[in-house]
Each structure stands twice: as structure tokens, then as C-alpha cells.
Design a protein around this ligand. Structure first.
Ligand code: 5BU
Length: 252
């Protein structure tokens, strides 16, 4: 029987960026490919969630610009928990401007993303040079967005192919978001995950973790509302973690 996908161990050999390797190490150590998207607007609720799910995730994804009471004590505390519980911090900033502006948005303003985030998401609408000369720390990685999960996304095959090519050529890119299999040298992140919902009423589309691994060749599932809106986020996180891990193992 032929292997249908390469293992995390093999993938780690193909990834050169330290944060990509670190993410894989965490995944192997904690046996979880689950990234939780904490789309909550109060630090108290984010920290409450993190205390419940921290042991079960390899990464916590934030939209830091939605937080009403953002502060550095919050970030420092979150950073501390992320080190204790061993997960990475992803800021889903979706930068999309020219390089000089992307750089300002990464390093300055209230959030100073580059001072704490392990990984930041970027659109490449402005072209390959938009992610050059960003002056990010060597232990910070980029995730490009090739193809979103939403209904009516504007990316076509040609656009997606170009984003993937740029992603492969830029050493600061650790992976991408796409709804299809990508080169083994990129980590593939899959948002839009839900056990039974197919879509929500505002255009996001969902697939089961099994589909993510079997059909899309995913490496990491990103789950938001299915976990943080549930009655029991701890239990739900464990269920998505198990489902993601089983779905990965089934593909080997
Ligand atoms: P949800 O509650 O599981 O739908 O949250 C999904 C999260 O992933 C949310 O923070 C989105 O901004 C994010 N997302 C997405 O849904 N689809 C995409 O293609 C990308 C990000 Br890129």
C-alpha cells in the first residue's frame, strides 16, 4: 500500500524555517494539529478559553484588532501560558499592502505584532515584493493566503498558483491557507472546520476534519466558533483534537 501523504516527521525535514519546525515539533509532542481561533473581544474571555484548551492545541490564532481591552500585560500573560503549555501564537492580520506599509503594520501601532506573534497571515494581492524587507524577527514566520474558505472567494487557479510559487520562494513563508493539496515544502492550514455545519449565514464554508486531511491534504485544522461558542470548550477541543489526529493518521 502506498503512503497517501508524508508524515509530520518527513515534512519537518523539508521545512527550513525554525518556526515551521517548531510547530511540527509541538504537534508531534502533544499529538495535536488543532489550532483554535479565539475570536473573542475581551481579554478575560480569551484567557479563560486558553486555560481550558491550552493543553490540546498546537497554536492559538488571534484577531488582535478586535480586542476591546488589549494591553501588554495581556500579551505577556498569554505569551507565558503559550510557553508553559507549549503552543504558538498566530496573528491572523491578513496584511495586504505594499511592503513598507505591511512593515509599519507589523512593527508599530498599539499592537506591535512583531514583538509577540510567532506567525502572521498575509495576502499577496500586492505581489511578491510586498513580503520582502519586512524586517521580521528570524523566529517569526508568515502564512500566505492562497485560497480562502469562504463562498464566492475571488481567487482563481492562476492566482492561487502564483501565490503558492511566491510562498515557496520566500524563506520567511512557512505555509499557506488553501483549499487544495500544496507542495510538501509548505505547511497547509485549513480554517472553515466544523463537525456537521456546511456553511454559516455570512458566507463561511465548513468541512469535517476528515475531509480536510483526506481531500485537501491539510496539516493543521483551525477551529473557531465550534469550540469557543460551545457549552464545553474543553471537551469540544478534545474532540476536534482527536478527530484531527485520527484523520492525519488515517492518511499515512
Ligand atoms: P470559525 O468560527 O471556525 O468560522 O472561525 C474561522 C476563523 O478563521 C476566523 O477567525 C476567520 O477569520 C479565519 N479564516 C477563515 O475562516 N477562512 C479563511 O480562509 C481564512 C481565515 Br485565511
Amino acid at each position: 500500500i502506498q503512503n497517501k501523504r508524508i508524515s509530520y516527521e518527513e515534512k519537518k525535514e523539508k521545512i527550513s524555517h525554525p518556526i515551521g519546525k517548531k510547530l511540527i515539533d509541538i504537534t508531534l509532542k502533544k499529538k495535536t494539529n488543532l489550532i483554535v481561533s479565539a475570536d473573542l473581544i475581551d481579554t478575560k474571555n480569551i484567557l479563560k478559553l486558553v486555560n481550558l484548551i491550552g493543553d490540546r492545541i498546537c497554536g492559538l490564532k488571534l484577531h488582535v484588532d478586535i480586542i476591546n481591552d488589549f494591553s501588554y500585560s495581556f500579551i505577556n500573560y498569554l505569551k507565558k501560558i503559550s510557553e508553559e503549555k507549549n503552543f504558538l501564537l498566530l496573528e491572523d492580520r491578513k496584511l495586504g499592502d505594499v511592503s513598507s506599509t505591511n512593515s509599519l503594520q507589523l512593527h508599530y501601532g498599539i499592537h506591535k505584532i512583531s514583538s509577540w506573534a510567532d506567525i502572521v497571515t498575509v495576502h499577496l494581492l500586492a505581489g511578491s515584493m510586498s513580503i520582502q524587507n519586512l524586517n521580521i524577527p528570524s523566529n517569526m514566520g508568515l502564512i500566505t493566503i492562497s485560497e480562502m474558505s469562504s463562498y464566492g472567494k475571488l481567487s482563481n487557479d492562476n492566482y492561487i498558483r502564483k501565490v503558492l510559487n511566491i510562498s515557496l520562494k520566500n524563506p520567511e513563508v512557512i505555509g499557506t491557507v488553501a483549499q487544495r493539496k500544496v507542495d510538501d515544502r509548505l505547511l497547509l492550514f485549513t480554517p472553515g472546520i466544523h463537525f456537521y455545519k456546511k456553511e454559516n449565514n455570512v458566507g463561511n464554508r465548513y468541512i469535517h476534519p476528515i475531509q480536510a486531511f483526506k481531500e485537501k491534504g491539510s496539516d493543521f485544522i483551525i477551529v473557531g466558533k465550534a469550540i469557543f461558542l460551545s457549552e464545553n470548550p474543553k471537551m469540544m477541543a478534545e474532540e476536534y483534537r482527536n478527530a484531527g489526529w485520527k484523520a492525519y493518521e488515517n492518511e499515512l
